[in-house]
Design a protein around this ligand. Sequence first.
Ligand code: IPM
Ligand code: MG
Length: 366
Amino acid sequence: MDFQVGVIAGDGIGPEIVAEARKVLDCVGSKFGHVFRYTEILMGGCSIDATGVPLTDEAIAAAKASDAVLMGSIGGNTSTSPWYKLAPELRPEAGLLKLRKELNLFANLRPAYLYEELKAACPLREDIIGEGFDMMIMRELTGGLYFGARKTEQVDGVTVATDTLTYSENEIRRIAKRGFDIAMKRRKKVTSVDKANVLDSSRLWRKIVEEVAADYPQVAYEHMLVDNCAMQLVKDPKQFDVILTENMFGDILSDEASMVTGSIGMLASASLNDTKFGLYEPSGGSAPDIAGKGIANPIATILSAAMMLRYSFDLDKEADAVEAAVRAVLKQGFRTIDIMPQAGETRDGIVQVGTAQMGDKICENI
Ligand code: IPM
Ligand code: MG
């Protein structure tokens, strides 16, 4: 089959890691008989430099015309880059938020998985790690604090800033359904995370999640307050299967969950709407400090491409092949610098490779 893939290489390490994901997609294409055609789309700092804005209407149209979009990363160093002297709506991140909203990408899937071979990178104690963990953070992505009305004003000579957190029952219901659907394909457990002891939006969240849960009798579900969840993620991450939560809580908890796996360079993500379209990107940032050095870990982007094969193109076999190849390469001992053994750990059989070599190794294993 033929697929049209929009490619947002973006800033920092983005172009390097996206190049490897394209290499892997092309390898999947020749092995399984598909053609992936790419359209390059500007977004983020590179778009600001070229056009003055982080996301143009043409870029949005090009994304909409694609079957799915593969993204690297956007943004630069927030204290030194000139992009951060611009007004907030002109900064690189504003492009990403606009794209999420324009494409209605309300469901953000962030798997956090501890690879057997990378257990040593996990900062948690061995007795806490146990057999490892495998969770899916389902983050609502187009509502809440990120998109509510905000303003900064003078009130009686004092500067006051306001952000608003709004959710409608429809927004909650559609993400909750997605969360329970995903749970049905996993270990059938949903932990819905809120702050219902304080927030009205969380009380509504809880009520709607309960209504949705009634349609999924096979799924065990529980409610958890977000502060407790932050603690449980380091105390006993094995307990989680699907974590279902609103935008801001999901932003914070997904960074925490990724750190617990010890390897943010390994974590993929998918942002989906109610069609087959999706935006696929690594969970990590643009890492401007190592950009252009050829040492960034491309695995998260490659695994994001695998999610694209699975969720947007229904190519499960092909997605399995990519994921298996990543596991095989880790077993063979190949590591980028971020997942190399730490001081004091054995390096027997471990070989450090760069970004492009990692992509090549994964292709060899497909
Ligand atoms: C993320 C990022 C973004 C977010 C930023 C870059 C706006 O942190 O995807 O988690 O907060 O959603
Ligand atoms: Mg984040």
